[in-house]
Every structure is written in C-alpha cells, then in structure tokens.
Design a binder for this molecule. Structure first.
Ligand code: HEM
Length: 375
C-alpha cells in the first residue's frame, strides 16, 4: 500500500475512534423509567421470560402495575425512600380509613346513642328509692375531682376535634362553609396536639388515685349477677367505693387511654417509635404467629393511625354510656363529681359497703379524739 493510502486509513480510523469517544461521552444515562423497567424485569420476570430485558421492552402497563405495587427504583439522593414512587400500603390505609373504619365507627357511636335513648325511655331516670335524706357524705375530694375533670374535659375536646378530622368535611363543612371550617379544623388540630398531654396527665392521676379501689373482689360477683340493679327498681347490690360496672369503666379508660396515648405519641413524633414492630415480634415469638415484622417506618405510622382511631371510637362509645349514667341517667350521681358531696341515701343504695367503711373510719377518729387526755 502506498504511503498516501496508509495516511488515509490512519486518518479514518482516528476519526472513527474520535466519534466513538464522543458518542461514549455524550450518551445519556439510562432514564429513571428505563432503570425501573430493568429492575422490574429482573425482579419480576414473567413466567418463562428470561430476566434482563432479552425479549425487548416490557409494556408500560406492566411497568406501572409493578410500580403501583411498590417496586423500588434507584435514586442517587441520600433519601433512598424517594426510590418508591407509589407506596401501596398508603392506598390501603386510605381506603380502610375513609371506608369501613369511618362507616362502622359512625354506626357504633349512633348505635350507642340509640341504646341509651331506649334505656332512658324504658327505665327512665334511676331514682333514689328512699328519697333524698338531706344529709350528705363526701364522695370525692378536690384533688380527685380535679383529676377527673382534667381527664374528662381533655378527652371531650380530643374526641370532638378527632371526629372533626374524620367526619368534619361531610357534616360541618356544608353547614359553616370553607373559611370557618378551615379555622375550626386548624384550631382543633392545635388543641388535639396539646391537650393530649393533659389527657395523659389526667390518666396518670386517676390511675394512681383509684387503682386500689378498682381491684376485683367477691362483692363484684353479686353486683354482676343482678346487673347492678340497673334494670330493676329497689334492687341494690352491695358495693365498695366503686361497683363492678364502674371497675369495668375504669379499666377500659386506663387500657384504651394508654393505647390511644401510645399511638397518639407515635403520630405526634413520627418515625421515632416502633410499637407495632415490637408487638408483632413479641407475638411471633410468644404465640408463633407470622405477623409481618419489622415494619417499614411508614407502615408503622399507618397502623398507628388506624389503631388510634379504632381505640378512640371504642372509648367514645364507652364514655357516652358513662356520661349518661353520671348525669341524666341517675338521680344524685352528678353531685359526686360536681360538689363532691352526695346524699347519704344515694350512697347507701349504690355503695353501701363504702358508706360503712367511711362511718367506721369517722367513728374511730372521733373515739380516738375523745380518748385524748385533757391538757
Ligand atoms: C360530662 C362528662 C362526664 C360526666 C358528667 C362524668 C361524671 C362522673 C361521675 C358523676 C363520676 C363518679 C361516679 C360515682 O360517684 O361513683 C365519674 C367517675 C369517673 N369518670 Fe366521669 N364523667 C364525665 C366524663 C368522663 C370522661 C370523659 C372520662 C374518661 C375519659 C371519665 C372517667 C371517669 C372514671 C374513670 C371514673 C371512675 C369510675 C366510674 O365511676 O365509672 N369521665 N364520672
């Protein structure tokens, strides 16, 4: 070959190498969609299909279906969670919360109100059978009433503001319009966040004050056997400071209250707790269940949110019955938490053993006082 031919060939191959180098440098990174498609194909090969995109592009429908079911892509930013385009459990959480949960919760609360109305219509107000005596006895001291009302008022505001989040857009928004509804909901959110602490404090106070009076004992059996005389006149089973029905209320308030507080805490301080993961691991170890654990942080949040609502609605139903019997349902009951003084006949009919204890204590104190030698 002549020297000129060699020159031309060298020149051509140099040019081709340059073109190749340029093509290599400027060739675009595979797009996110392409990367995801590859991941989808590698992780979920259709039956019989060789992984690695050997049969050409997967259809967009397949791609989006997989993304919809939580397939994760790669991201170069530190927050790797951004690689999940659609978190499907979020959709499940949303549809459960806005569907069956909201529906059954409303039935439960309405059902309880209807039951109480029926009870009132049939039984009427439970009267003091022996009439008012005009003599009173101290039932709850100032600190006991303070603890009760701190718990009660915070719970009522928490319940109303929580129900507004669940049903407000259907019930309140059409009534008061978007501006007022926005304001009410925002204020409700602040109250909900801050009064949660008053609720927890109230819960702790009543637990410490009343736990010893709420331990089950034999008199509870007698009380339960006649349903506390709630359905029959002139039936008054003996009871100490709290009867069996009140003990049930007390423990439901404590257990549900703690459960609502823990799940509420997890919602107030997101991604800092793993109550559900821990509980599931414990249940799997103890009972051999196969509950999913550990859970992703977002799944923890979703379960906390559902649990918080379920427990809160359950406790609202219980408390509706409690408020009824502590106010219009029973003559003389409210005074116990109002002034703290109840009529002696009311006390003898509903808490006869407690009256005996108080009278014994008082007469013991009086006789000790009388036995003091004169100075
Ligand atoms: C307007 C609302 C309320 C009224 C009128 C009310 C009334 C009463 C009354 C009169 C008692 C004393 C009963 C007795 O002398 O034996 C009582 C006790 C109690 N209350 Fe309330 N209450 C209300 C709200 C609440 C709330 C919201 C809670 C908890 C979240 C609560 C928890 C308790 C507990 C645990 C007791 C002691 C156990 C029992 O008596 O059942 N109360 N309440």
């Amino acid at each position: 070959m002549s020297g000129r031919g060699i020159q031309v060939r060298n020149c051509l191959s140099g040019f081709a190498a340059l073109l190749l180098a340029i093509a290599f440098v400027i060739s675009p990174e595979p797009s996110f969609a392409q990367q995801t498609r590859d991941t989808v194909q590698q992780e979920n090969p259709v039956e019989g299909q060789v992984p690695g995109n050997t049969l050409g592009e997967a259809s967009d429908t397949d791609l989006w279906r997989d993304i919809r079911h939580g397939v994760t892509g790669n991201v170069s930013i530190p927050d790797k969670k951004a690689g999940t385009l659609v978190q499907s459990e979020g959709e499940l959480w949303r549809s459960l919360r806005n569907g069956p949960l909201a529906l059954y919760a409303s039935w439960a609360m309405l059902g309880m109100i209807v039951l109480l109305c029926l009870f009132f219509a049939i039984r009427g107000r439970i009267r003091i059978d022996h009439g008012m005596s005009g003599v009173t006895i101290t039932r709850f001291n100032g600190f006991e009433r303070f603890g009760h009302w701190m718990l009660a008022t915070s719970f009522i505001v928490l319940a109303l503001s929580g129900l507004n989040v669940m049903y407000g857009r259907y019930l309140l928004l059409p009534l008061i319009g978007p501006e007022a509804f926005g304001f009410v909901t925002l204020m409700g959110k602040y109250l909900h966040n801050y009064l949660a602490f008053a609720f927890m404090a109230g819960l702790a106070i009543i637990f410490i004050m009343w736990v010893r009076h709420n331990l089950p004992n034999r008199t509870d059996v007698k009380w339960v056997l006649v349903a506390g005389g709630l359905f029959s006149k002139n039936v008054h089973p003996p009871a100490k400071k709290f009867n069996a029905g009140q003990k049930v209320i007390f423990w439901l308030v404590i257990l549900c209250g703690v459960s609502i507080s823990l799940s509420g805490w997890a919602l107030l301080f997101p991604f800092t707790t793993h109550f559900f993961s821990d509980t599931f691991v414990l249940a799997n170890n103890l009972f051999g269940t196969e509950l999913p654990a550990p859970l992703a942080p977002i799944q923890e949040q979703q379960l906390n949110s559902l649990w918080h609502s379920i427990m809160a609605v359950f406790l609202i139903c219980v408390i509706l019955a409690h408020i009824y019997i502590g106010s219009i349902g029973m003559e003389g009951a409210f005074d116990a938490m109002g002034s703290g003084e109840v009529d002696l006949n009311w006390a003898k009919e509903h808490h006869s053993l407690w009256v005996e204890e108080v009278e014994q204590k008082e007469s013991g104190a009086a006789s000790r006082g009388a036995a003091q030698p004169a100075e």
